[in-house]
Design a binder for this molecule. Structure first.
Ligand code: BT5
Length: 274
């Protein structure tokens, strides 16, 4: 069931990028709630100029236009809201996904099922009085591709998997989209409220397999290693770098050693170990 926000769902056989489409729409002042879904993206975007790969008709490629009442430093919570809604939709489909900070959804062995990309639109109509800046958040979910590792390009073997590969049967993309939007609705409402942000933070913390892991953090022009120990209320990662606590707002994180707090799932949903 769709909530009141996400009623305008625009579907495309092909787009360059659903994020690009919504960022352009945001510049014209379109209100919160517009959704773009594509069967295929000719230039699907990852972070830092990287590509998102998805054969036509195989994946859920969806972006949402949000205008939450957030400070710019809190924007990571919009990424979290989308990641957590997608994780709940995957749970409905029968599989548990975990958040690998900052923007991946992974299965317990670390292989990536989905990636989230948030882009802010601060110019144009969004800068007009009374119009909150837009945040466009897109997610690519590997639904029916890969079916097996042999479908993957070499660089993604061992790094990517899909709902289908994990479950052993195809998954209905429409049902997944409906579940995702339904799970997103209350979280987007929560983004603009202090209590809602507290809830998102708590949820993110319990889904985040990076906390407790030894990590290599790649920042622009520099890198360091340490143990991820916490998430700030804004969802940023706190890393203990040999006794010095460093907050990482944006960066790439490689897990060097899995979290001791994370117990790989057996049957049913595992509670994270505190
Ligand atoms: C992401 O970037 O993971 C964000 C991906 C967001 C994609 C969605 S699709 C709808 C919306 N419209 C867009 O144009 N984008 C969004 P990043 O963390 O930079 O990861 C990118 C890296 O993941 C690539 O360099 C590959 O190594 C890997 N990758 C690419 N395609 C993948 C896939 N289908 N499954 C797993 N890994 C993949």
């Amino acid at each position: 069931m769709l909530g009141p926000r996400f009623t305008d769902v625009r579907r495309f056989d092909e787009l360059d990028s659903t994020n690009r489409y919504l960022v352009d729409e945001a510049r014209t002042g379109v209100p919160e709630g517009l959704v773009a879904v594509a069967d295929h993206q000719s230039a699907g975007r990852g972070r830092l100029g990287r590509r998102w790969e998805a054969p036509a008709g195989s994946s859920l490629l969806v972006s949402v236009l949000l205008r939450p009442d957030l400070l710019s430093g809190q924007r990571h919570l919009a990424t979290a809201a989308v990641a957590l809604a997608a994780a709940d939709a995957a749970t409905d489909a029968g599989i548990e996904l975990w958040v690998k900070w900052p923007n991946d959804l992974v299965v317990a062995d670390g292989r990536k099922v989905a990636g989230v990309l948030a882009e802010a639109e601060l110019d144009g109509a969004s800068g007009a009085p009374g119009v909150r800046p837009a945040v466009v958040v897109g997610i690519g979910i590997n639904v029916n591709w890969p079916a097996t590792d042999t479908d993957l390009p070499g660089d993604l073997v061992g790094a990517a998997t899909s709902l289908r590969q994990q479950l052993g049967h195809p998954v209905d993309r429409e049902a997944l989209l409906s579940a995702f939007l339904a799970h997103l609705e209350p979280r987007v409402a929560g983004l603009s409220e202090p209590d809602g942000r507290l809830c998102l933070h708590a949820e993110l913390r319990s889904r985040c397999i990076t906390i407790g892991a030894d990590v290599h953090v790649q920042l622009p022009g520099t890198a360091f290693e340490g143990t991820a120990v916490e998430l700030t209320p804004e969802g940023h990662l706190v890393v203990n770098d040999h006794g010095r606590l460093r907050t990482v707002v944006a960066g790439d994180v490689v897990h060097l050693r899995p979290s001791s707090r994370f117990v790989p799932p057996g049957p049913g949903r595992p509670p994270p170990q505190e």
